[in-house]
Design a binder for this molecule. Structure first.
Ligand SMILES: C[S@@+](CC[C@H](N)C(=O)[O-])C[C@H]1O[C@@H](n2cnc3c(N)ncnc32)[C@H](O)[C@@H]1O
Length: 252
């Protein structure tokens, strides 16, 4: 394992929830609600979409890894001739398949964890993978499999730090749990470099998002719903989530 991959694995492992806290959680703090991930009818005009469209040119196939509701792939509707979505959460794939049907794009879905699903998902002209990397502990096999699956190129979108890093002060406040610093996009670029991939990097600012609902944050923090008011007032005292995002893309 390279030094960059080791650093990534160490910092990411330090972001887990200790078993003694998880044991007290009244609800699953991890699962994403697929209703929050429906792709918009009109895609946001972003550097990730530009990169995907550039790779697709007049037309081609797309594989969306950690597809959720298909935000990344469906932003390429038009030149996208066929789409495959793969996700570890089966209910996301149902939303993804609905999205493809609504847009009239031929679609396949593959349930499971990337890179284990790589063989079943096959290859595509363009591979997109948005907001999944911060969920990964071993980045090298994950990124290498993205590269191997793409005949033209790969577009990865991520945040400059872990999407939940802004809640670190609340883990300290409610659980006396002190998180290590987050991995960053620079760490991802370093891992890619060790794989012999020199990607292009674009930094940009996302549209302002709705603040997270205190009930949602309470669940993420493994706390019972009765503590929602306490969480709401603590939330009001920490900095807002950052709005910047990063697009990494490379030709294969
Ligand atoms: C934050 S959501 C992003 C969804 C979508 N790509 C988007 O940008 O809206 C992360 C998604 O990746 C999935 N996921 C996380 N790790 C994965 C892995 N190793 N393999 C497959 N899916 C994964 C989760 O189930 C979830 O649907």
């Amino acid at each position: 394992m390279s030094e960059a991959a080791r650093r990534w694995a160490e910092l990411q492992s330090g972001r887990g929830i200790p078993p003694e806290i998880l044991a007290t959680a009244p609800a699953d703090p991890w699962t994403h609600d697929p209703r929050d991930f429906r792709a918009p009818d009109v895609p946001a005009d972003t550097p990730s979409r530009d990169a995907g469209l550039e790779l697709l040119g007049a037309g081609g196939t797309v594989l969306d890894v950690g597809c959720g509701g298909g935000d990344a792939a469906f932003a390429l509707a038009g030149p996208m001739t066929r789409v495959t979505g793969t996700d570890q959460q089966a209910d996301m794939l149902a939303v993804f398949a609905d999205g493809a049907r609504e847009r009239g794009v031929p679609c396949a879905t593959v349930h499971g964890r990337w890179p284990d699903t790589a063989a079943g998902a096959g290859t595509a002209d363009v591979v997109v993978c948005h907001h999944v990397l911060h969920n990964v502990v071993e980045p090298a096999p994950f990124l290498a499999a993205l590269t191997a699956a793409a005949t033209r190129g790969v577009v990865v979108e991520m945040l400059p730090e872990h999407p939940m890093a802004w809640l670190d002060p609340l883990w300290a406040r409610f659980h006396d749990l002190h998180r290590p610093p987050s991995v960053t996009d620079a760490d991802a670029v370093a891992v890619l470099g060790d794989l012999g991939v020199v990607g292009q990097v674009r930094r940009w600012e996302r549209a302002r998002r709705h603040p997270h609902d205190p009930a949602w944050v309470t669940r993420r923090l493994c706390l019972p719903p009765e503590r929602t008011d306490e969480v709401a007032s603590a939330l009001a005292r920490i900095p807002l989530r950052r709005r910047d995002a990063v697009t990494l893309f490379w030709r294969t």
